[in-house]
Ligand binder design. Structure first.
Ligand code: NAD
Length: 484
C-alpha cells in the first residue's frame, strides 16, 4: 500500500460544503489513500476584499499538493470580483479542460442513451485572453490569439488521453473555412500529430455542424478536441443532451497542477437543505483518483455509484416516478454509494480504468525550427467618418502617401474590399483597414512604417492601429481581404 497523497480541498459556498462532505465520506470508505489540506475560497474571501476569491496562502497549498478538489463557489454580484476558476487556470497553466459527457439511461432521462464522449477544450488562449479595445465611435475589437505550442499541447493531450482511456476516435472542431490562419493552425497541428497515433481514428468537423451533430447524434462522438470558446459552448450542449448537467465532473489539467470539480454552480436556492446531488463533485473526484494514480479506487467508486443509480436511489433533481425507488437526501445518497462499494452495475457498462500507467499524462512538445520572418507591408487602421464615408475619397487621399514605393494597395471595411473598385451596396462603418505594400512585395523596414504613419497623419487621418504584414520563410502570414 503506497503512502497517502496530500490534496488541497475547498468546501466552497452554497451546496458546496454538503456535497464535499458526501464526496469525502465516499472517498474515505473506498480506501482512497488521501490526506487533505483544507483551504477557504469563494464568497467569504471575496468579501474580505481579496478580488481573486483565494488567499495567497491557498495558492501555496496548491503549489505544494498540485491537486485541487474544489466545490462550487458563489461569485458575489457587482464589479471588481475576478473569476476564481479563470485565476486558477491562468496562474497554474491549467491548459486542458476535460469534461466527460455520458448518458446513464434509463436511470437519467435522455434521448441519446448511447452517448459517451469526452470534450477536451483548450483552456488558456483564444478570445479568453481578454484583450479588447474600442477603436472608433462604432467599432470594438477582441483579439483571438492561437499559438502553435498552445495548440500542440492540447492536441497531444487529447491523443494521449484517448490512448490512456482506450478511446477509439478523436474529432477536431474548428472554423478554419473562415479563420484560415488561427483555426487553420489548430487543424493543421491536429493533422500532423494524428500521424503519430495510427491506431486512433481521426476526424475534423467545422464547429457549427459539429455542434449541431452533438445536439442531434451525440453517440457518433468519442473524444473531441477544440479551441476555448467552441469548447465552452459545445461542452454545455453535450452535458444538456446527455441529461447529465447535474452529474458531470470536470478536470482542469496543467503540466504541474490539476483542479477537479463539478460542472454545476453553488445552487444557493437549495443550500443547507440536504437535497443536493453530490454526483458532479464525486465524478470530479473519480477523475482526480485516476490522475493521481489510484485508478483501482476510481473504478470501485464509479461502479458503486452506477449501481446506486441502477437501484433507483436518486436525489430529487434526477428522481423519476416509475424508475426511481427512493428519493434520497445528499448524505443518504452518499451512504447508498458506500454500501455498494465493491459491486458493479448490472445494466450499464462497468467503469474500467487503465491500471498499468499510474502517472499523469506527460506532454512533450516537438522542437520547431524558427522561420525567417520578413516585413513586406503594413495594414493601417483609420478612424474616418467624413464625406458620407465614400471609399473613393479616403482611397484617393491615401494614395498620396508613398514611402519608396510603399503605397496603398486596397482598403477594406469590416473585411470587405471597398477600394479600389468597391461595390456601392457595401455598408461602411467608421473603421477602415488600409493595406500598404510595394508593387513587388519587397522587404520594408520599421523606419518605412514610421515615415508612412507620419505621412498619413500629415494627410489629416487618425490612424488607430497597425498590423504588420510578414512573410515566414516566404509564406504569407496574413489573410487576403474578401475580394482581394
Ligand atoms: P447552479 O448550477 O448553481 O444552479 C442551477 C440550477 O441547478 C439551480 O436550480 C440549482 O438548484 C440546480 N442545481 C445545481 N447543482 C445541483 C445539484 N448538485 N443538485 C441538485 N440541483 C442542483 O447555477 P446558477 O444558479 O447559475 O449559479 C449559482 C452560483 O454558482 C453563482 O454565484 C455562480 O457564479 C456560481 N457558479 C460557480 C461555478 C463554480 O464554482 N465552478 C460554476 C457555475 C456557477
Amino acid at each position: 500500500m503506497s503512502a497517502k497523497r496530500k490534496i488541497t480541498v475547498a468546501y466552497g459556498d452554497g451546496i458546496g460544503p454538503e456535497i464535499m462532505e458526501a464526496t469525502l465520506k465516499i472517498l474515505e470508505a473506498s480506501g482512497a489513500r488521501l490526506e487533505y489540506d483544507v483551504i477557504e475560497i469563494g464568497e467569504q474571501v471575496y468579501l474580505k476584499g481579496i478580488s481573486s476569491g483565494m488567499e495567497p496562502k491557498s495558492f501555496d497549498s496548491l503549489r505544494e499538493t498540485k491537486v485541487f478538489l474544489k466545490s462550487p463557489i458563489t461569485t458575489p454580484q457587482g464589479g471588481g470580483f475576478k473569476s476564481l476558476n479563470v485565476t486558477t487556470r491562468k496562474s497554474f497553466g491549467l491548459f486542458a479542460n476535460v469534461r466527460p459527457c455520458k448518458a446513464y439511461s434509463p436511470f437519467i432521462k435522455t434521448h441519446f442513451p448511447k452517448t459517451d464522449m469526452v470534450i477536451i477544450r483548450e483552456n488558456e488562449e483564444d478570445l479568453y485572453a481578454g484583450i479588447e479595445h474600442r477603436q472608433t465611435q462604432e467599432v470594438y475589437q477582441t483579439l483571438k490569439l492561437i499559438s502553435q505550442p498552445g495548440s500542440e499541447k492540447i492536441i497531444r493531450y487529447a491523443f494521449e488521453y484517448a490512448k490512456k482511456y482506450g478511446r477509439k476516435k478523436v474529432t477536431c472542431m474548428t472554423k478554419d473555412n473562415i479563420m484560415k490562419l488561427a483555426d487553420g493552425l489548430f487543424h493543421k497541428t491536429f493533422d500532423e500529430i494524428a500521424k503519430e497515433y495510427p491506431d486512433i481514428q481521426t476526424d475534423h468537423k467545422i464547429i457549427d455542424i459539429g455542434a449541431a451533430l452533438i445536439a442531434e447524434r451525440p453517440e457518433i462522438f468519442d473524444v473531441i478536441v477544440t479551441l476555448n470558446l467552441y469548447g465552452d459552448i459545445i461542452s454545455d450542449i453535450a452535458a444538456q443532451v446527455t441529461g447529465s448537467v447535474g452529474l458531470g465532473g470536470s478536470a482542469n489539467v496543467g503540466a504541474e497542477v490539476a483542479m477537479f470539480e463539478a460542472i454545476h454552480g453553488s445552487a444557493p436556492d437549495i443550500a443547507g437543505m440536504d437535497i443536493a446531488n453530490p454526483s458532479g463533485l464525486l465524478n470530479g473526484a473519480i477523475m482526480m483518483l485516476v490522475h493521481i494514480g489510484q485508478p483501482e479506487i476510481a473504478e470501485k467508486i464509479a461502479n458503486a455509484w452506477m449501481k446506486t443509480l441502477e437501484d433507483g436511489i436518486h436525489t430529487g433533481d434526477i428522481y423519476q416516478a416509475g424508475i426511481s425507488s427512493k428519493k434520497a437526501g445528499t448524505q443518504e445518497f452518499a451512504q447508498a454509494v458506500i454500501d455498494r462499494l465493491g459491486q458493479k452495475p448490472s445494466n450499464m457498462t462497468p467503469a474500467v480504468f487503465d491500471k498499468s500507467s499510474t502517472t499523469p499524462l506527460n506532454i512533450k512538445l516537438k522542437h520547431v525550427t524558427k522561420a525567417k520572418k520578413e516585413l513586406i507591408g503594413v495594414d493601417v487602421f483609420i478612424d474616418w467618418d467624413e464625406e458620407n464615408r465614400n471609399p473613393d475619397i479616403i482611397g484617393e487621399k491615401l494614395r498620396k502617401a508613398d514611402v519608396k514605393g510603399l503605397k496603398l494597395q486596397l482598403i477594406t471595411n469590416r473585411g470587405v474590399k471597398v477600394f479600389p473598385d468597391g461595390m456601392p451596396e457595401t455598408f461602411c462603418t467608421d473603421h477602415w483597414r488600409c493595406r500598404f505594400k510595394t508593387a513587388e512585395e519587397s522587404v520594408i523596414t520599421h523606419e518605412d512604417v514610421i515615415t508612412l504613419l507620419n505621412q498619413i497623419k500629415d494627410l489629416g487621418f487618425d490612424f488607430i492601429k497597425t498590423e504588420h504584414l510578414y512573410a515566414f520563410d516566404g509564406v504569407r502570414g496574413y489573410s487576403l481581404a474578401q475580394g482581394e
